[in-house]
Ligand binder design. Structure first.
Ligand SMILES: Cc1ncc(C[n+]2csc(CCOP(=O)(O)OP(=O)(O)O)c2C)c(N)n1
Length: 555
């Protein structure tokens, strides 16, 4: 942009230009969306901004999942462009996922023209109280009411620390606007708790001889993971993660004890310890065995934001503020300790027990892990293999694990994988992205095969096809002794992928899987591998104990 009033192309700056300029100034240089009559001016402004990379998708739902995957894999926020009514409403389910996982995503949605707002007059796409629909699902929602209001709205949305929704009546996008001279992008300094709170936590750590840390997704942010790891090393405390915190510590680190969602050894460790230090961790129903997890009475909770926590275990000390700064302060004040728990021994025993189950799901995950680089990204959908992966897949690098823990929604895997692959391409990283999905979940967003093919992104889809909503069948059998409406007559997924121009292959037994997996993974562009099988749920074969409060059919 050359002046406050004209673009470098010499045309009058409009609110659409100012909005795109504001995104770039906030460091948001990628976006996903679908052009529409209401946001058409925005797309023209996007065309004129070479620093912004837009990726066109096939459904607004996929746009938000992709932006979510973009952030989780890169730490960089992406925008979503949707339009009035249906376009915006299709972003609602993915926003729930981003909201619950603290994932920043900026949705820019239009509304009917200003003079039509609040009226029921048959305007195209008009939606009653559109802004109010979004408010509970985002950390910041606003309507722009003046053309010059876009810059402030975008900068507040970018700083929201979670998903944000900026609504603009479409006529404003074409209205003349000015670019701000001074840019006010709020910097957020890392805050520390009061010294007496830190003292209290240090005292409790001093009284404990068997500390355990549980770390969650907020630890993946910035340099935080390194500071938290340093605290663990100082204390020689075994470190567990939540499902969305996987990767915050490499699973082959000598203190890494894996994910709490597998309960078993994770639960035993927590019972043996005398202090839990939870850091940026959201204790969800899924991760805690339907809220049955038992934790030590002494609990230091470290959080940057209370809106993020799930199950509120009682705490004996709570430290609120910048997680990295808090971890650093604690580590600096503590003396190095000896380890009290043999992590390597416990994990070897567990691995032996799991191998003895001879479960193909577990073996497939070992096979996959063995064939991947440390930084390759796994984007999960919701299927039996994903539950196994949450519990047992070894994640070796931060931001290389995407899992829809916030909403547990089907359809996340493929578009999130696309978002991660776009981030890698934009940053020049040679990372493979593997999407693990079941046949049921895959079909929620399989239209995004076309997006994948359009950009030739190196996403490898591992599709486990049991022609059923398999996990629901398992639950129905367990609870009622029968199944109902879980069988699926599916399309030929290989033909579907090939029709989009994506290489596809099918295997039906484990030996073929072993043989074909490397070729599929190492092929240059996108590729689909369909594994026709009926794998058993981890609860069915005893890899994870069934929560005691799961209703079961008896007799
Ligand atoms: C949007 C949404 N609808 C319904 C569900 C409930 N649900 C969870 S898993 C599942 C079955 C998934 O089937 P599939 O992807 O084939 O995996 P499988 O269970 O067969 O391994 C269903 C219906 C959900 N999680 N999300």
């Amino acid at each position: 942009m050359s002046s406050a009033h004209t673009t470098t192309q010499g045309v009058q700056v409009t609110a659409a230009h100012a909005l795109v300029d504001a995104l770039v100034r906030c460091g948001i240089t990628a976006g996903f969306g679908i052009p529409s009559i209401h946001n058409i001016a925005l797309y023209d402004a996007l065309r004129l901004q070479p620093r912004f990379h837009h990726w066109v998708v096939r459904h607004e739902q996929a746009a938000v999942f992709a932006a979510d995957g973009f952030y989780r894999s890169s730490g960089k926020t992406a925008a979503v462009f949707a339009s009035t009514g249906p376009g915006n409403l299709f972003t609602v389910a993915p926003l729930l996922e981003s909201f619950q996982t603290h994932t920043p995503v900026v949705v820019i949605g239009t509304n009917v023209a200003s003079q039509m707002l609040g009226k029921t007059c048959g305007a195209l796409h008009e939606t009653p109280q559109q802004l109010d629909i979004f408010k509970p699902l985002v950390r910041f929602a606003t309507r722009v009411t003046l053309p010059d209001g876009v810059s402030t709205a975008i900068s507040a949305a970018a700083a929201a620390g979670g998903p944000a929704f900026v609504e603009i009546p479409h006529d404003l996008l074409l209205a003349p606007a000015t670019l701000p001279d001074a840019w006010l992008y709020p910097e957020k300094p890392e805050s520390l708790p009061f010294p007496d709170e830190i003292e209290k936590a240090l005292e409790q750590i001093g009284q404990s001889s068997k500390p355990v840390m549980v770390i969650g997704s907020d630890v993946q942010a910035g340099d935080c993971a390194a500071s938290v790891q340093k605290l663990g090393e100082t204390l020689q405390s075994p470190i567990l993660t939540t499902t969305s915190g996987k990767g915050a510590i490499a699973d082959d680190h000598p203190l890494a004890m894996g994910c709490i969602s597998r309960l078993g050894v994770a639960q035993e460790l927590l019972l043996e310890s005398d202090l839990m230090i939870s850091i940026g961790a959201r204790f969800t129903e899924f991760d805690t065995g339907r809220f049955s997890l038992k934790v030590p009475a002494r609990h230091i909770q470290i959080e940057q934001d209370l809106s993020h926590v799930g199950l509120q275990f009682p705490f004996t000390s709570r430290l609120m503020g910048g997680i990295g700064a808090i971890a650093q302060t604690l580590a600096a004040a503590l003396k190095a300790r000896q380890n009290w728990f043999d992590v390597a021994q416990k994990r070897a025993e567990e691995n032996q027990r799991l191998q003895a189950l001879r479960a193909e799901a577990y073996e497939a995950l070992l096979l996959l892990r063995g064939a991947l680089e440390r930084n390759d990204v796994i984007a999960n959908d919701q299927s039996i293999l994903n539950y196994w992966a949450s519990a047992f897949f070894s994640v070796l690098a931060p931001r290389s694990w995407l899992y829809p823990t916030g909403s547990g929604t089907l359809g996340y895997g493929l578009p999130a994988a696309i978002g991660a692959a776009c981030a890698a391409r934009q940053e020049g990283r040679r990372t493979r992205v593997i999407c693990i999905a079941g046949d049921g979940g895959f079909q929620y967003t399989s239209h995004e095969l076309a997006t994948l093919a359009q950009y030739g992104l190196p996403v490898k889809i591992f599709l486990v096809n049991d022609n059923a909503y398999g996990i629901i069948g398992f639950l129905q059998r367990t609870m009622f002794g029968h199944t109902h409406e879980i069988k699926l007559k599916n399309p030929d997924f290989c033909v579907q992928a090939e029709a989009c121009g994506i290489a596809a292959q099918r295997v039906s037994d484990f030996n073929s899987l072993r043989r074909q997996l490397p070729g599929w993974l190492n092929s240059p562009g996108p590729a689909l591998l369909e594994w026709r099988t009926e794998i058993k749920a981890p609860w069915e074969v005893g890899a994870i104990h069934r929560p005691a409060n799961l209703p079961m059919k008896t007799g």
